[in-house]
Design a binder for this molecule. Structure first.
Ligand SMILES: [Fe+2]
Length: 313
């Protein structure tokens, strides 16, 4: 395979600005994401998901669908780059569905609806230094459970989408959107932005049953302890469907716990993911790591249906 990471040139998208889902029952979605700790604003038949203390809308959830379905994915770009993206799309043979001065909407080669919009960089500009866990001498390190407050994710981290053709998807997202491959592990690939981002701001998994779809969104919390407490707050509210965690990924290095949502996709509590600064060349693992390094360093076994695309017909 061509090493498309190395031929990808500036510009590129700088962030996954937001993603939009359709679900059958908006009340169910409101309860789920509120319990997860997000700032959920309801307007009519729509939820806007953000993180407390920030203005950015990371996701829009629309109600009334027959079943859960990915609507579109929006990537943030810098204003001075938009004409280059228009040229690249034209060269790639993709005609926009909609185009405005600061926005282009089109379908990628596998049929996923994608928006490029001029927006501020919402992906992190640097890696946050994790605070050390308290480990005291002559005092209590752990708080009492009665003192625990709800965990609130501090920012959106990344999302993973299904594609029917991973090679076609990678070629498009690297050569047209300017993303770079951080690691590729068989049917799953992790992509970062050239202006500095986490190890992956978006990832794709080839769906064995075909079709596009939403697998999970990942939200950053402040510590491993917050991952554990977050998992408990979801379980206490009745979200006991088969999730995955607590564990640590090899690719990206992040600690994780995935909670199954009401539509058999997931939200992930994420902490301490690798960061790739602007200007750094990250050597991608193009041939794929050893099988034991593909998904996790430690943690419980992967649920059998973890990579099933329930949106595929
Ligand atoms: Fe993830």
């Amino acid at each position: 395979m061509t090493d498309i990471s190395k031929v990808s040139k500036v510009p590129g998208v700088h962030s996954l600005d937001h993603f939009v889902l359709q679900v059958p029952d908006l009340n169910e979605a409101e309860k789920f994401y509120t319990t997860f700790g997000l700032d959920v604003q309801r307007t009519g038949n729509e939820l806007k998901l953000g993180c407390f203390g920030q203005d950015h809308i990371w996701s829009i959830i629309k109600g009334g669908a027959e079943r859960k379905k990915l609507d579109y994915v929006s990537f943030g770009i810098f204003k001075e780059d938009i004409d280059v993206f228009r040229e690249r799309l034209e060269k790639y043979g993709i005609a926009p569905d909609e185009t405005e001065q600061e926005r282009i909407m089109f379908r990628d080669p596998c049929g996923m609806l994608v928006e490029l919009r001029v927006a501020g960089k919402s992906s992190p500009r640097s890696k946050r230094t994790p605070q050390p866990m308290p480990c005291t001498v002559g005092g209590r390190g752990a708080p009492f459970r009665r003192e625990i407050k709800q965990v609130h994710p501090q920012r959106f981290a990344h999302a993973l989408f299904f594609t029917p053709d991973i090679k076609k998807t990678l070629d498009f997202y690297c050569t047209v959107l300017g993303l770079r491959i951080s690691d590729e592990a068989g049917p799953i690939a992790f992509l970062h932005g050239i202006y500095g981002s986490d190890h992956h701001l978006v990832a794709f998994a080839e769906s064995p049953s075909g079709g596009i779809g939403y697998h999970h969104s990942s939200w950053d919390v402040g510590s491993i302890e917050e991952i554990g407490l977050g998992a408990m707050q979801m379980e206490a509210a009745g979200y006991t469907g088969k999730g995955w965690g607590l564990g640590r990924h090899v690719l990206g290095s992040n600690y994780f716990h995935y909670v199954r949502d009401p539509w058999n996709s997931y939200v992930e509590f994420n902490f301490d993911i690798d960061y790739i600064p602007e200007g750094m060349y990250w050597e991608p693992n193009m041939d794929g790591p050893a099988p034991e390094d593909t998904l996790y360093l430690w943690g419980p076994g992967v649920p059998e249906d973890f990579v099933i695309n329930y949106e595929a017909k």
